[in-house]
Design a protein around this ligand. Structure first.
Ligand code: ADP
Ligand code: SF4
Length: 693
């Protein structure tokens, strides 16, 4: 389809210093958990973004020196010339699609412990590093500052050698040396690099000048800057020194990439911030500089993008997460395929890959991070390998994705759902406080399926084993999901908790089905992701007195990995929800629960009219087991594949459900590569050396 002229403005080329971006779609730097350990996988991933129409595709943070070594996190590296070929691979992949490759070179300063290199971290003044670790950064003397400038310059030259087009100076997310020098609270130097604003901005200005002088003939120099740290007067603010920085350095970089600090604010989840929330902090930047400005806001709406450009807020639509959820977002806008845009749901499973140092993954985009290892492309999939029909039982995220991917392969697909509503857990969870955007997992898939003539959807169709056998499908996917257990068994309790057979014990499913406990309510969270905290909020919204009890030492402990834990703890406190950590529920009876406080090792009773137990789930596996128990009947019915996918296979995240649904469809009638045989990037660059006799 031809481009709708309303969106022409998004496809105008924009000059960035000596280079030109072919349109206004800009993938800003984002972490991925792979970094220097998987250069081929990363090159493939970034190349797919360029293919999808992002005119600028950036790396993640790329360390310039071992004194700013971020291990155990896997970021990029340009410590020496030996690192050039790995990054050159990515630049080449991006250039293959006519896009510009950008590299975010940086020094972590007092934000890395240097666990791997064992060098001492560097800072403007003597300070502990910003993470809780028994590590202090040492105050840099003049020769350290000269060294840092030289390392940055050399890294810029290496980046140019690797054929990058845009080279960053990084002062954002509270994560880099120039940022730390700017921050008055961290810089108590009395020389020309500390004290007044002019002195604190000096290093940033010098590094910009150095970079321009080193590579500016051919490469654009971008400045990524957090205009507001969102900590009030203690930090940089967009109406204070944040604005002063932009005014002072306005024309020095070729491009301003502006955001807010820290990462948990910049990449806030949809539970806490909606599309475009950074605009309040950044919309003035363009009035201060003539250079192009890129900003982020989890933008997925083409109309919003047009209005941002037309109203002079941004020149480039920056994206990290929307480009992960849909690497082909720009192309889909260009081709008028708006319904096909797979919108990010703002869950930050992608961020958790960085926190767990594993391949980037995404709830919405099951191919993300598997482009190289499995050869999965977000838009292309092999045609079907047989004329078998496919029956998918259950239309949660796993079943919907399986049906969609199999349908795209050309199979005749039948999707049967017991309920009237499609979406399974996603539909129910999207009705919980703050999670409405999660419904996009369902909406996008249902929209795609609705126009596929080869996919047939049956609602209100709870299938039995006889139904499945009678159906006559060659491939069957059982995607019947899981249910929350009510007996209290989970991580903390291997056996049921006494009293949990009481009708006043509620599971998350009960609450999502509309049941309400009497107060006061104790939410026992032994799940540690979002559900316990969200249900505490829900009960509180009903006016009940709520106490959340968790064996972890912080509420919603795993959400540290999705950057939400601080936000959740704050919200619980501000809603008046009591939190008891390092404790477990040991019994429930009459009008109270007994809890064991692990630290003193003592028990006490909390008044409770009801318990919400959030511990673990059990697969709804009856249908699968009945079918699997009778292979002769499967054969007789012509069923060649019977597989469990999603939560019925093993209860997990929504991200795992879409991944397994997708994988089921990819593997139909195809050679299945065992996990141990998948390509791996082994450290084989140098010949193996021996130091022993
Ligand atoms: P997942 O996350 O693995 O996709 P969900 O729990 O979200 O799992 O979805 C499972 C879906 O399967 C639910 O919508 C449920 O109604 C449906 N379902 C369960 N058993 C059957 C069955 N026997 N026939 C059809 N649908 C079923
Ligand atoms: Fe968006 Fe979630 Fe995918 Fe990240 S994992 S890109 S937040 S949908």
């Amino acid at each position: 389809m031809a481009r709708d002229p309303r969106y022409d403005i998004l496809f105008e080329p924009v000059r960035i210093g000596p280079v030109t971006a072919r349109n206004r779609f800009y993938q800003v730097p984002h972490c991925n958990g792979m970094g220097w350990t998987q250069p081929q996988a990363l090159a493939e991933l970034r190349g797919v973004k360029a293919e999808g129409g992002w005119a600028v595709v950036s790396t993640e943070e790329v360390e310039i020196h071992p004194t700013g070594d971020c291990e155990p996190f896997h970021e990029g590296r340009l410590w020496s010339d030996a690192d050039v070929p790995a990054l050159a691979l990515m630049a080449e992949a991006v250039h293959a699609h006519n896009s510009l490759a950008a590299v975010e070179i940086m020094h972590h300063g007092a934000s890395s412990a240097n666990w791997s290199s064992r060098e001492m971290p560097l800072a403007p003044s003597h300070r502990p590093i910003i993470y809780y670790a028994p590590v202090q950064a040492r105050r840099m003397d003049k020769s350290d500052i000269a060294d840092f400038r030289r390392w940055h310059r050399e890294a810029a030259l290496r980046a140019k050698k690797a054929d990058f087009d845009v080279i960053y100076v990084y002062a954002s997310h509270d994560l880099s040396l120039p940022m730390h020098f700017l921050q008055a609270r961290k810089n108590d130097r009395i020389d020309e690099y500390g004290g007044n604003f002019e002195n604190r901005v000096r290093l940033l200005r010098e590094v910009l000048e150095d970079t321009r002088e080193a590579v500016g003939d051919r490469c654009a120099v971008a400045l990524r800057f957090a205009v507001d740290e969102m900590i009030g007067a203690d930090g940089i603010t967009s109406d204070g020194e944040g604005r002063d920085v932009v005014e002072r350095l306005a024309e020095l970089p070729d491009l301003w990439d502006v955001n807010v600090s820290t990462w948990s604010n910049d990449s806030a989840t949809s539970r806490f911030q909606k599309e475009g929330y950074q605009e309040d902090f950044t919309r003035w930047v363009k009035s201060v500089t003539t250079k192009p400005v890129v900003g982020v806001g989890r933008y997925t709406s083409p109309d919003r993008m047009v209005s941002l450009v037309k109203s002079g807020v941004l020149d480039f639509i920056g994206a990290a997460r929307p480009s992960i959820a849909d690497p082909f977002l720009p192309k889909k806008i260009e081709e008028g395929r708006f319904d096909e845009i797979r919108e990010c749901i703002g869950c930050n499973m992608c961020v958790s890959s960085d926190y767990t140092n594993t391949n980037l993954r995404c709830t919405q985009n099951p191919t993300m991070g598997e482009e190289w290892r499995r050869g999965w492309h977000p838009e292309r999939i092999a045609p079907k390998g047989s004329d078998h029909t496919v029956l998918v039982v259950g239309a949660g995220p796993a079943g919907l994705e399986a049906a969609l991917a199999a349908g795209r392969r050309g199979y005749e697909v039948h999707l049967a759902e017991a309920g009237t509503e499609l979406g399974g857990r996603v539909s129910r969870e999207a009705r919980l406080p703050g999670l409405s955007e999660w419904g996009r997992v369902r909406d996008w898939r249902v929209t795609q399926l609705s126009v596929m003539p080869n996919v047939h959807i049956y609602r209100d169709s709870p299938l039995t084993a006889e139904d499945v056998l009678a159906f006559g499908a060659g491939h069957v996917a059982i995607a019947t999901g899981a249910e929350w257990r009510r007996d209290g068994v989970g991580r903390d309790h291997g056996a049921p908790i006494p009293g949990f057979d009481d009708p006043r014990v509620f599971t998350p499913d009960d609450l999502m089905n509309g049941k309400r406990p009497e107060g006061p309510v104790v939410v026992f969270d032994d799940d540690h992701y979002y559900m316990g905290g969200v249900l505490a909020e829900l009960c509180r919204s009903w006016g009940l007195e709520v106490t959340l009890v968790t064996p972890a030492n912080i509420p919603s402990a795993w959400t540290v990995n999705t950057l939400e834990q601080g936000h959740i703890a704050k919200r619980l406190a501000r809603q008046g929800i009591a939190v008891v950590t390092s404790a477990t529920v040991t019994s429930f009876g009459t009008d109270s629960v007994e809890i064991l406080d692990y630290l003193p090792g003592t028990t006490r009773r909390l008044k409770a009219g009801g318990i919400v137990t959030v511990t673990a789930r059990l697969p709804r596996e009856g249908l699968y087991e009945e079918l699997a128990a009778a292979p002769e009947k499967l054969e007789e019915a012509g069923i060649s594949t019977l597989r469990r996918i999603g939560d019925v296979y093993a209860p997990s995240t929504i991200q795992a459900a879409t991944y397994w649904g997708h994988r089921f469809a990819r593997e139909l009638d195809a050679e299945v590569v065992a996990a141990e045989d998948l390509p791996r990037e082994l450290p084989q660059a140098a010949p193996l050396r021996r130091h022993w006799a």
